[in-house]
Ligand binder design. Structure first.
Ligand SMILES: [Zn+2]
Length: 427
């Protein structure tokens, strides 16, 4: 099968398949999953006749999955489960997601597409610096490498100097990690006197964080690669729901024959028109162990209207603007850390690391922007003034700026902590 054949579907085919999938799902989970028994009572599967009918079915929320901890959403017997993952549960109980042998095949298939879109296959050496463990990033990338016949180096995160040595010595052609960790690897590499010319890398597959186009260009320059965005979430399958192709490199192809997707207005719950921003809603109906219908991801994106030069007909979504959970409000202005990253990286004197601290001074919210200069020689007052003026002009916000010593902001070995909200500690 060529690259194009595997993602070459007509809209009619996809709509027809989705209707069948939803009908089958309703029949199946009504027997097997008590949560959906209640939610779908009174809904006749045969009444689903078009995508508009689908858009009126009930949503599933993160809170539903938390309440179902650990196994209330299981659609199969536990003896049929082969792998279990869980989200970190930092803001509530963890969400458990389980895989049958069939689900692991589905995941591998979705992830293999991520690699093929990136031009990765047999003969490639994949340096996998995603954390292995309950987090789905590590094993998701691992399965992809096995599926496309590439060699995989299961590095996981941490021991960054050793990572750089292995990248160089094993001749890795592909690097997989969070973008913030890739940035840290690039920085350590430079400190060891190793440049991208000493490496064999051609492509990076980065995800699990929302990151800006400016960060993308930064990584491409420092590592000498195409830096591609991959998207997914454990609740649906793990990474592999969508990713960028190396040819288009603008927006992420959704594996929409495997995962049904919609973009909705988060307030009304109704679909937005093509090109308009809204919340991504995903269904994982082919999943056997923990199938999910119309999951509210909280991720903000839009469907790109144009077709992709690579020839795939699966629709593309824009880079995730941010998770609804990441959004914060500063004196009435809604902001995502990614927007601030985007602006900070335009200031050439700054190193591409930063941290935001939200604090409260009496009744007023204050955003402190912690940055580092690229080199120690630059005047701090000059930088403070430049950053304050730039953020005020571009985002309309007033911030305080703390210029720190080089290498003092904590580096990420997995998901970066971009925002520290001290306001929550004060109450
Ligand atoms: Zn493409």
């Amino acid at each position: 099968m060529t690259q194009v054949d595997e993602e070459h579907f007509s809209r009619d085919f996809l709509a027809g398949q989705a209707i069948g999938d939803f009908q089958g799902f309703i029949n199946r989970v009504k027997q097997a999953v008590p949560f959906y028994q209640d939610k779908l009572s009174g809904i006749d599967p045969e009444s689903i006749r078009d995508v508009d009918d689908i858009s009126r079915l009930p949503f599933t929320y993160k809170e539903d999955l938390r309440k179902a901890y650990p196994f209330q959403m299981l659609g199969v017997d536990l003896s049929d489960v082969q792998e279990i993952h869980a989200t970190s549960g930092t803001s509530g109980s963890a969400v458990v997601t389980a895989y049958t042998a069939g689900d692991l095949k589905l995941w591998s298939q979705a992830m293999a597409r991520v690699f093929r879109r990136a031009g990765v296959g047999s003969g490639d050496v994949v340096h996998n610096a995603y954390g292995y463990g309950l987090f789905t990033g590590g094993l998701g990338m691992h399965y992809a490498a096995l599926e496309v016949g590439a060699a995989v180096v299961p590095m996981s995160g941490g021991y960054t100097q050793r990572q750089v040595k292995m990248l160089k010595d094993l001749g890795a052609t592909v690097i997989c990690s969070t973008p913030s960790y890739a940035q840290h690897i690039a920085e350590v590499m430079a400190g060891m006197g190793i440049s991208s010319a000493d490496l064999n890398l051609k492509v990076g597959i980065f995800g699990a964080e929302s990151w800006s186009q400016e960060m993308c260009r930064e990584l491409e320059t420092q590592l000498g690669i195409s830096a591609l965005d991959v998207y997914g979430l454990a609740e649906i399958i793990g990474p592999g729901v969508a990713s960028e192709c190396v040819l288009g490199h603008e927006g992420l192809h959704v594996a929409e024959d495997l995962f049904y997707f919609e973009v909705i207005n988060p307030n009304t719950g109704r679909p937005v028109s093509e090109g308009e921003s809204g919340e991504l809603v995903l269904s994982s109906l082919k999943r056997e162990a923990t199938p999910i219908m119309r999951y509210r991801t909280g991720d903000i994106t839009r469907i790109l209207p144009d077709s992709c030069p690579c020839g795939r007909t699966t629709r593309r979504i824009d880079h995730i603007k941010g998770r609804a959970d990441d959004m914060f409000t500063l004196r009435g202005i809604n902001l995502f850390p990614r927007e601030i990253e985007s602006e900070l990286l335009r200031i050439e004197e700054l190193a591409p690391v930063f941290q935001l601290v939200l604090d409260r001074n009496s009744a007023l919210d204050i955003l402190e922007v912690h940055v580092e200069p690229k080199d120690g020689g630059v005047k701090h007052e000059h930088l403070v003034h430049k950053i304050k003026t730039h953020l005020n002009r571009t985002l309309g916000i007033n911030v305080t700026v703390a210029v720190q010593e080089p290498h003092s902001i904590p580096r990420s070995e997995g998901k970066a902590v971009r925002l520290v909200d001290r306001r929550k500690l004060i109450r």
